[in-house]
Design a protein around this ligand. Structure first.
Ligand code: ZN
Length: 167
């Protein structure tokens, strides 16, 4: 099969998944009985979201989000919540690791199969600024799973949270 045509076909399919999740985001609601709430911001693009997580026996019993931003950030949050619901904390972190390598272009093709619909975001690896949009919800999830509520920002990814607190 013609490689170029295959790429165009899968790009179109992936774009359709992103647009559909942007139009009708899954788990787009507040959660009254969440035990973790995290605010995530991506100042580069203007994306912001709130993520609610409820952990039961170290498993993501429920996860939801609300927020504003570009189609990539919203679709990624929608896909993320769908993907991690029901997973253990370790499984969710493992998924985050693979997803992060996908969007930064370092995940081998053989491992991409396991990501399912999340592969739709793989195209952002060609657009470095978009990587932050696609990663925002995942960084918020990582933060929520690691500790209780606080704020994360894509500025200073690599461990730091956003400036402005305690300064
Ligand atoms: Zn964005």
């Amino acid at each position: 099969m013609d490689d170029g045509r295959w790429t165009a076909m899968s790009d179109a399919l992936y774009q359709e998944i992103i647009l559909e999740h942007n139009r009708k985001p899954r788990n787009f609601r507040e959660m009254a009985d969440a035990d973790r709430v995290v605010e995530g911001r991506n100042p580069t693009c203007g994306d912001s979201l709130t993520l609610w997580v409820r952990l039961v026996d170290d498993r993501v019993a429920d996860v939801s989000f609300k927020g504003q931003g570009c189609a990539i950030s919203k679709a990624s949050a929608s896909l993320m919540t769908s993907a991690v619901k029901g997973k253990t904390r370790a499984e969710a972190e493992d998924l985050f690791d693979r997803f992060h390598r996908l969007v930064t272009g370092t995940l081998p093709e053989s491992e991409q199969q396991s990501l399912g619909s999340l592969r739709a975001l793989g195209g952002v690896s060609r657009f470095p600024l978009r990587v932050k949009c696609a990663s925002l919800a995942w960084h918020a999830l990582h933060s929520a799973l690691a500790s209780q509520a606080h704020e994360v920002s894509t500025e200073g990814v690599g461990g730091d949270v956003s400036p402005g607190e305690g300064a």
